[in-house]
Design a protein around this ligand. Structure first.
Ligand SMILES: NC(=O)c1ccc[n+]([C@@H]2O[C@H](COP(=O)([O-])OP(=O)(O)OC[C@H]3O[C@@H](n4cnc5c(N)ncnc54)[C@H](OP(=O)(O)O)[C@@H]3O)[C@@H](O)[C@H]2O)c1
Length: 267
């Protein structure tokens, strides 16, 4: 009899870094449980991945910016008898501009998705993993987590939450052989910039040439997770920038951040 395959739950797997996570785990022979909104893309992934790899792909079309959506997904995994061995909290988005001018409902959706849903997923699946004394959780933060980012004020704050929460949770769950790792990507070629309203920039911090490939970022995250690292920043340049932040006064960091970002966003 064939041994039961491990299953990875990935949120936001229909594009960008999440899609690459799905590909990497499919290549490793994991069954996939994918949760995103776009039904059509989920169906396409299921058909092509099941044809290409010897795996089962379960999908759920769900808006994870809705209250209690993580519980709905959790209950669906129970119905489908999918034991989640690896959880990847990847779905997230940003909104740019002067904070007081932003649409409040959009900011609330972002906080719900980036913070509350991620926390609920960690609680529900972390509890199962604790009981089994085994499991892996990878949470996606950002290099924006490492300093205040004017014009992405609330977004960067949600990612600071993800970083701090993940590292603290990792310390609690390590006593039960459950690994929690936080991956912080810097600028990466995905739909993120369009969704955030930043658009295509020819020069500067977020220029196309400065963006990492999403597959490279996903590989860094998966390798760090299985190496049981507490957290990892994608890319040497990004790691260096986040490291140097530690030695500068906070006001100086906030000022530099403001200067770098102001010209790149639409205010
Ligand atoms: N790209 C970057 O430069 C960058 C840098 C730092 C951190 N990050 C982080 O990396 C993660 C992945 O983003 P990405 O860059 O790969 O962006 P992306 O290409 O826009 O992908 C976002 C994914 O999240 C899903 N998603 C968005 N809102 C959702 C919702 N309400 N409910 C369910 N799923 C939702 C989308 O799927 P559906 O549309 O099908 O729902 C999509 O699969 C995010 O947490 C982001 O903050 C990205």
């Amino acid at each position: 009899m064939e041994a039961k395959k491990d299953t990875v739950l990935i949120t936001g797997a229909t594009s960008g870094i999440g899609y690459d996570f799905a590909t990497i785990f499919a290549e490793k022979g994991y069954n996939l449980f994918l949760a995103s909104r776009n039904r059509e893309k989920l169906d396409d992934i299921k058909v092509s991945f099941e044809k290409q790899y010897d795996i089962l792909v379960m999908t759920m079309s769900v808006d994870l910016s809705k209250v209690k959506s993580a519980r709905t997904v959790y209950e669906e995994t129970l119905i489908q008898n999918a034991e989640i061995n690896v959880l990847i909290n990847n779905a997230g988005f940003g909104v740019q501009g002067e904070h007081i001018d932003l649409e409040m409902s959009k900011v609330e959706e972002m906080i719900q998705l980036n913070i509350t849903t991620l926390t609920e997923f960690c609680t529900l699946f972390g509890n199962e993993m604790k009981k089994r004394r085994k499991g892996y959780i990878l949470n996606i933060a950002s290099t924006a987590a490492y300093q205040p980012v004017p014009y992405l004020a609330a977004y960067s704050a949600t990612k600071s939450y993800v970083l701090n929460f993940s590292e603290a949770l990792a310390k609690e769950l390590e006593d039960y052989q459950v690994v929690v790792t936080c991956l912080s990507p810097g600028a990466t070629s995905t739909n993120f910039f369009d969704t955030a309203g930043i658009g295509e920039k020819k020069k500067g911090l977020w220029a196309n040439s400065a963006r990492m490939r999403s597959r490279d970022v996903a590989i860094i995250g998966v390798n760090a997770l299985f190496a049981k690292k507490l957290s990892v920043i994608a890319g040497i340049k990004n790691s260096f920038l986040a490291f140097t932040n530690r030695f500068a006064p906070r006001n100086m960091t906030a000022n530099i951040s403001k200067k770098l970002i102001k010209n790149t966003v639409n205010t």
